[in-house]
Design a protein. Structure first.
Length: 300
């Protein structure tokens, strides 16, 4: 659970940097994933296994596929949505991720964990308390933007559920993967985001000033590198209900960060408090156990 909290904290700080960067969204997504790849891919070379080559190759391709979906496709879709939606509208629509988490888990496990479903809906409510627009609801939002963010949420959620089912050769599903293997995720991510950026950007879009370069460096190595690793590793250690809830922790954390210096934005403290209470209750529902598998964990 601690790893999920740490990852959420790192993401919450990054929102303000993304908003103020002024960088082309496709450049930002490809550059962030490319830098994260430079952080992890060298470990693949240093830690080459001498085990069954076929098993190792199968695991690598699984991780490449998951990375292409969870990181690459998700980034491409969510960055495209900014052409149709304002930043706060994108943030509002990402709160449905917990629903996709429990949906994909139910489809793959062929069973529905009722408590996880309840916790997921409570987590959505906790985030909507902060993000729901005061007027108009969702009716005024562009349908293309709605579909893009919804698809991005689905890609991010599916990647997490699939990652929980991958294991090193000879290990049980849900076993922690060695750090050196995580680089395969970024091979898949860059294989998606890189060509997309090449097709939809010009050379001028890649010309960054010093401030933008530092922002890209930080966003690539920390939120897209370290935080992604912490998140996926933490996702293996909790039940699906807790994972669904924690996917929305970044929303109140982002608001709390925005209230603090140097940002010092104004916000209704009562709504932030209510959101925190709802999220805490949702986590309690998800983690309360009447039996060994009450949270819907996939591990035996």
């Amino acid at each position: 659970m601690l790893l999920l909290v740490l990852a959420s904290l790192l993401w919450s700080v990054s929102f303000a940097l993304i908003k103020s960067s002024g960088i082309h969204p496709d450049v930002l997504s490809a550059a962030r994933l490319g830098l994260a790849a430079l952080l992890f891919v060298p470990l693949l070379v240093r830690g080459r296994q001498r085990t069954n080559a076929m098993e190792a190759s199968s695991l690598a391709w699984k991780l490449i596929g998951i990375g292409a979906i969870q990181f690459g496709l998700m980034y491409v879709l969510v960055m495209r949505s900014y052409a149709f939606l304002a930043g706060h509208e994108v943030a509002l629509l990402t709160v449905t991720t917990p629903i996709f988490i429990v949906l994909f888990e139910a489809l793959l496990a062929r069973r529905v964990a009722a408590r996880a479903v309840l916790a997921a809906w409570m987590a959505v409510a906790a985030a909507l308390v902060l993000r729901w627009p005061e007027e108009g609801g969702l009716g005024g939002l562009d349908s293309s933007g709605l579909l893009l963010v919804g698809a991005a949420n689905a890609a991010w959620a599916l990647g997490q559920i699939l990652y929980r089912r991958v294991a090193p050769p000879g290990a049980e599903p849900g076993a922690r993967l060695p750090l050196r293997l995580f680089g395969w995720m970024y091979v898949g991510a860059v294989a998606v985001a890189g060509p997309w950026a090449a097709l939809h950007t010009s050379a001028a879009d890649w010309q960054l000033d010093q401030s933008q370069s530092w922002k890209v460096l930080y966003l690539g190595l920390v939120p897209s590198g370290l935080a992604f690793y912490l998140w996926n590793r933490g996702a293996v250690d909790v039940g699906v209900g807790a994972l669904a809830v924690m996917n929305n922790l970044k929303v109140p954390l982002a608001v709390a960060v925005a209230l603090a210096p140097p940002f010092s934005e104004s916000f209704d403290g009562a709504r932030l408090g209510l959101s925190a209470v709802l999220l805490t209750l949702a986590l309690g529902v998800a983690t309360w156990r009447s039996g060994p598998h009450a949270t819907g964990s996939t591990r035996p």
